[in-house]
Design a protein around this ligand. Structure first.
Ligand SMILES: C[S@@+](CC[C@H](N)C(=O)[O-])C[C@H]1O[C@@H](n2cnc3c(N)ncnc32)[C@H](O)[C@@H]1O
Length: 205
């Protein structure tokens, strides 16, 4: 972990993830979480103010210590008690079927073993439970996709391992979730990073 990853990247992530279009998407989905919630890759805690009073508790996990400290500073903005764990999504310290809701926003792009994490997420979500997700990823436009492939090796280095070409809907479906709600399209911003996929996945009963 160098100076950039410890001191600069967390501030860049927090600033980039506070853009108004992203906040609008957070408010569309995070407000629908209920019961015991697990947020994967909680980052600087930007979803915390969006949870409603229907949430009983929020467990937020993230391997990045500096971001977890920022999330702790926002825990008071949440409508429910917040527990922060500095761990990775690939090894979730929770019993099977112990959460009512999963939330994961702009994080599947950065998890090194994304199928390992999705398998853990599937394990800890109750059958019938909802998984709210918002991700950027592979554009359906060949010219944009070509640029995403070109930029990805450099982008991963400056973006904490963030991939530009992952397809969240395919990943989530392949991990065994149903996808009853799915939307995709460009948000404002550079097109290589602005193609968003968002919706609600469900663990089958
Ligand atoms: C672009 S940030 C998004 C943060 C937050 N979810 C948000 O919406 O503002 C990506 C996050 O993924 C986290 N991350 C990276 N590897 C991870 C892993 N293996 N498990 C869980 N989170 C991870 C990073 O630490 C970072 O907080």
């Amino acid at each position: 972990m160098g100076f950039y990853s410890r001191h600069i990247l967390p501030k860049l992530i927090d600033k980039a993830c506070r853009q108004p279009p992203m906040q609008a998407l957070r408010s569309r989905y995070v407000t629908r979480a209920t019961g015991r919630v697990l947020e994967i890759g909680i980052g600087s805690g930007l979803n915390l103010p969006h949870y409603s009073a229907d949430v009983a508790s929020i467990t937020g996990l993230d391997p990045a210590a500096e971001l977890t400290v920022m999330a702790a500073a926002r825990a008071g903005d949440a409508a429910a008690p917040v527990d922060l764990l500095q761990v990775s999504g690939e090894e979730i310290p929770a019993d099977d079927a112990s959460y009512d809701t999963l939330v994961c926003t702009w994080t599947l792009c950065s998890i090194p073993d994304v199928y390992g994490a999705l398998s853990e997420m599937h394990r800890v979500l109750k059958p019938g439970g909802s998984f709210f997700f918002i991700e950027h990823g592979q554009s359906p436009d060949e010219d944009v996709h070509r640029w995403q492939r070109r930029l990805e090796p450099f982008w991963k280095k400056i973006g904490g391992g963030c991939h530009l070409t992952r397809k969240a809907d395919d990943l989530i479906r392949n991990a065994g979730f149903l996808l009853p709600e799915l939307e995709a399209g460009y948000e404002p911003g550079p097109r290589f990073a602005a193609y968003m996929t968002h919706g609600v996945a469900v663990r089958p009963t």
